[in-house]
Design a protein around this ligand. Structure first.
Ligand code: SD4
Length: 329
């Protein structure tokens, strides 16, 4: 079914963005009419790498849920290389949701490198939706996952450097361009996939805002905030300052707006506008971005600030990187 290629209508309005990535094409899009399935889309530049793992599953006829679990990236975003909280603990948040509305989640979990797999186990092996902190780690170990130290020497060095001033303030768009020495702040991979059968699943994983208070949980593991999937309508995920997304139940809102007929991009835009309307005073200081896909495979994104990108992978192209539109340019 993934041979069912259709024309991708992409305006070249933002063609000068090629600097975003060497391997990828960055374009500003006016409308997406590509409905080729299967498809996987992910937040930020590093979504290209994450999509590759998912594509192996999708391109061989696999289930969207398995594709989502296959996301694996090695920057400072999640898992083994996430930046710690202000006390030096790497705590991970993750959730997953399938085409039946099943969902699982872990929050503030330490010492387990691949949190989305634990989230899936919570979904499939327990009567619960969410496990947090030590209970989540304990459950993961019981399920055979390895307990390990997640704070790398590199992350420890960055944290110790931060301790000298211990000043906490979100840095916008730090997710992109991560390399040693960059200023990291928060990182997230939000991913949405539709398989060849047309079923939708999603996942969202993060180490949260770097140097956050110990115990802080953002939007990423919260169903409806960092992620929401409704197989009749589509899916949405978010990135940026999670507190604002939680306050507005962002991803659920985007999916409900798509249900009412809005395009993925317009639904994301309306959700961003709700955040801005409630707190105009913070609008210029923070980043929040939404990414969405509808049942047809049309996708779109919208963020408060420019600099939010997302990666698209389908039969036509596996490394498409798109600059999301934004309120401030
Ligand atoms: C959080 N939303 O913990 C996450 C962080 C994030 O890109 O998305 N960073 O609030």
């Amino acid at each position: 079914m993934y041979n069912r290629r259709k024309f991708i209508k992409i305006s070249a309005a933002g063609a000068s963005l090629a600097a975003l990535s060497n391997s990828a094409i960055a374009k500003s899009i006016s409308s997406i009419t590509d409905t080729s399935l299967p498809i996987v889309i992910s937040t930020w530049d590093f979504g290209i790498i994450a999509n590759k793992g998912a594509w192996k599953v999708l391109s061989t006829g696999g289930r969207a849920l398995d594709a989502i679990e296959a996301e694996d990236i090695t920057n400072h975003t999640v898992g083994r290389t996430g930046l710690p909280d202000r006390d030096g603990h790497v705590t991970l948040d993750s959730c997953i949701m399938d085409e039946f509305g099943n969902c699982g989640s872990v929050a503030a979990m330490e010492n387990i490198a691949h949190p989305i797999s634990v989230a899936r186990l919570v979904m499939e092996k327990t009567p619960h939706v969410m496990l947090v902190g030590e209970g989540a780690t304990q459950f993961a170990v019981e399920q055979g996952m390895k307990k390990e130290k997640l704070l790398t020497p590199e992350s420890e060095k960055i944290w110790k450097e931060w301790l000298k001033t211990a000043k906490y303030s979100p840095v916008m768009n730090i997710e992109n361009g991560q390399k040693p020495g960059d200023k990291y702040n928060h990182d997230t991979i939000g991913m949405l996939a539709i398989d060849a059968k047309g079923n939708i699943s999603g996942g969202c994983t993060t180490s949260g805002m770097a140097f956050k208070l110990h115990g802080r949980v953002g939007d990423s593991p919260i169903i409806g905030a960092g992620l929401y999937v409704d197989n009749e309508v589509g899916g949405a995920t978010s990135t940026g300052v999670g507190e604002e997304v939680i306050r507005n139940v962002g991803s659920f809102l985007v999916v409900e707006l798509m249900r009412q007929g809005l395009s993925p991009e317009d639904a994301c835009k309306e959700a961003v506008h709700r955040i801005l309307k409630k707190k105009p005073e913070i609008a210029k200081k923070i980043q929040v971005g939404f990414l969405a896909i509808n049942k047809k495979g049309e996708y779109g994104a919208y963020a408060i600030q420019s600099g939010f990108s997302f990666a698209v992978c389908n039969a036509q192209q596996q490394d498409l990187l798109i600059k999301g539109k934004s309120y401030y340019s």
